[in-house]
Write a protein that binds this ligand. Structure first.
Ligand SMILES: *[C@@H]1O[C@H](CO)[C@@H](O)[C@H](O)[C@H]1NC(C)=O
Ligand SMILES: *[C@@H]1O[C@H](CO)[C@@H](O)[C@H](O)[C@H]1NC(C)=O
Ligand SMILES: *[C@@H]1O[C@H](CO)[C@@H](O)[C@H](O)[C@H]1NC(C)=O
Length: 305
C-alpha cells in the first residue's frame, strides 16, 4: 500500500513526475480557458460592430459630456435670460438624431426634435452672419453682447467645433472616423446638422441683419459657403428689411475685395431678386477697432492707437 502513496521514499520520483505533468496540463488548460474567455467576446464584438471607416476625423472625445456641460453653461451663465431648458433632454435628442444611423444619409428630420427643444428668439436687428471671418465676427459679438451669431445661440454654442457620427451597426458613437464632406458624402450627420440650424437661424432673423465678410480673400461672397448657400436663401423678405454687409480687410494685409467687387455685387443681385435691401460698408469702424486692438502696428491702425 505504501508503495502507491505519494511521498513515500521509493515512489518519490515517478510520483512527482506525474504531479509536474498535471501542473503543466492545468497550466495549459487554464491558459487556453483564459484565451477563450478573452478572445470570444472580442471576436463577437469585432464581428458585430465592424464600424465603418471614413476619411474624416472621428467623434470628439467626451462628446456627450461637452454637449451637456455647454448646455448648462449657456443656460445658467452665458444667457440665463433664455429661461429653463432641459439640458438632459436636449443632449438625448442630439444623440438620438444620429446614433445607430447611417452617417451618410442623415436628414433634417433627424434633428427636428432637437431644433424644437432649443427654440430661441433672437431680437430683431441683432442677427450677425459671417463667412470666412469666424474669428473676427465672434470677437465682435463677445464685446457687442446683444448681437448673436449662430454660435451665440444655444444650439450653435453647444455644437461649435465638435465632430460626431454614429454607425448603423452599433449604438455607440464612432470615435475613430466620420464621413468627410468632400471625400465621403455630403449628407453626413455633421453637415446636415449645420445646414439645418443655419437655415433656422436665417428664417428666424428679422429687421436689419448684418454679415461680416472677409475682404482679404478673392471670393468675399462665396455662393458655396453656408452663408451663400443656405442663409441668404432662407432670410424671410417679409421680416428682413435690409442686409448690411461689413467687408473687413486684414490689418496690413491685401485688399483683394471690397463692397464694389463682383462677388459682393453678386450678393447684392441675389438679395434684390429676393426683395431684400442691401447696404455695404468697407472696414466698419467698431470691428476695425477690434482688429487694431489685436494688431496695433500697421499704419492702417494709426487713427486708433
Ligand atoms: C431696427 O433697425 C431699424 C433701422 O435702424 C429701426 O428703424 C428699427 O426700429 C429697429 N428695430 C428694433 C426692434 O430695434
Ligand atoms: C480672411 O481669411 C483669411 C484666410 O482664411 C484669414 O487668415 C483672415 O483672418 C480672414 N480675415 C478676416 C478679416 O476675417
Ligand atoms: C441630400 O439630401 C437632400 C435633402 O434631403 C437631397 O435633396 C439630396 O439629393 C441628398 N444628396 C445626396 C447626395 O444624397
Amino acid at each position: 500500500m505504501a508503495n502507491h502513496r505519494c511521498g513515500s521514499v521509493s515512489e518519490e520520483e515517478p510520483c512527482c513526475d506525474i504531479s509536474k505533468k498535471t501542473k503543466i496540463c492545468l497550466c495549459v488548460f487554464f491558459g487556453l480557458l483564459v484565451a477563450v474567455i478573452i478572445a470570444v467576446p472580442v471576436g463577437i464584438l469585432m464581428w458585430r460592430h465592424p464600424l465603418q471607416e471614413w476619411k474624416g476625423k472621428g467623434t470628439t472625445a467626451h462628446f456627450y459630456e461637452i454637449l451637456l456641460g455647454r448646455c448648462y453653461t449657456y443656460t445658467q451663465i452665458v444667457r440665463p435670460e433664455l429661461g429653463h431648458k432641459d439640458c438632459q433632454k436636449i443632449g438625448k435628442a442630439f444623440t438620438t438624431a444620429f446614433l445607430s444611423k447611417d452617417p451618410c444619409s442623415s436628414t433634417e428630420q433627424d434633428y427636428q426634435p432637437l431644433l424644437e427643444l432649443t427654440a430661441q428668439t433672437v431680437p430683431c436687428n441683432k442677427t450677425l452672419f459671417w463667412s470666412k471671418s469666424s474669428q473676427l465676427a465672434h470677437d465682435y459679438t463677445r464685446v457687442q453682447g446683444d448681437l448673436f451669431t449662430l454660435e451665440d445661440t444655444l444650439l450653435g454654442y453647444m455644437a461649435d467645433g465638435l465632430k460626431w457620427c454614429g454607425d448603423p451597426r452599433s449604438s455607440e458613437m464612432n470615435y475613430q472616423s466620420c464621413p468627410d464632406w468632400r471625400e465621403d458624402c455630403s449628407n453626413n450627420s455633421f453637415s446636415v446638422f449645420w445646414n439645418a440650424v443655419s437655415k433656422r437661424f436665417a428664417e428666424d432673423a428679422c429687421g436689419v441683419v448684418h454679415v461680416v465678410l472677409n475682404g482679404s480673400i478673392s471670393n468675399t461672397f462665396d455662393e458655396r459657403s453656408t452663408f451663400g448657400r443656405v442663409e441668404v436663401f432662407n432670410l424671410r423678405p417679409e421680416k428682413v428689411h435690409q442686409l448690411q454687409a461689413w467687408v473687413m480687410h486684414d490689418v496690413g494685409g491685401v485688399h483683394s475685395d471690397s463692397c464694389s467687387s463682383s462677388s459682393v455685387n453678386n450678393l447684392k443681385r441675389i438679395l434684390k431678386e429676393r426683395s431684400i435691401a442691401f447696404s455695404c460698408q468697407n472696414n466698419y469702424g467698431p470691428i476695425r477697432l477690434l482688429q487694431c486692438v489685436k494688431n496695433p502696428e500697421p499704419s492702417s491702425c494709426r487713427f486708433y492707437v
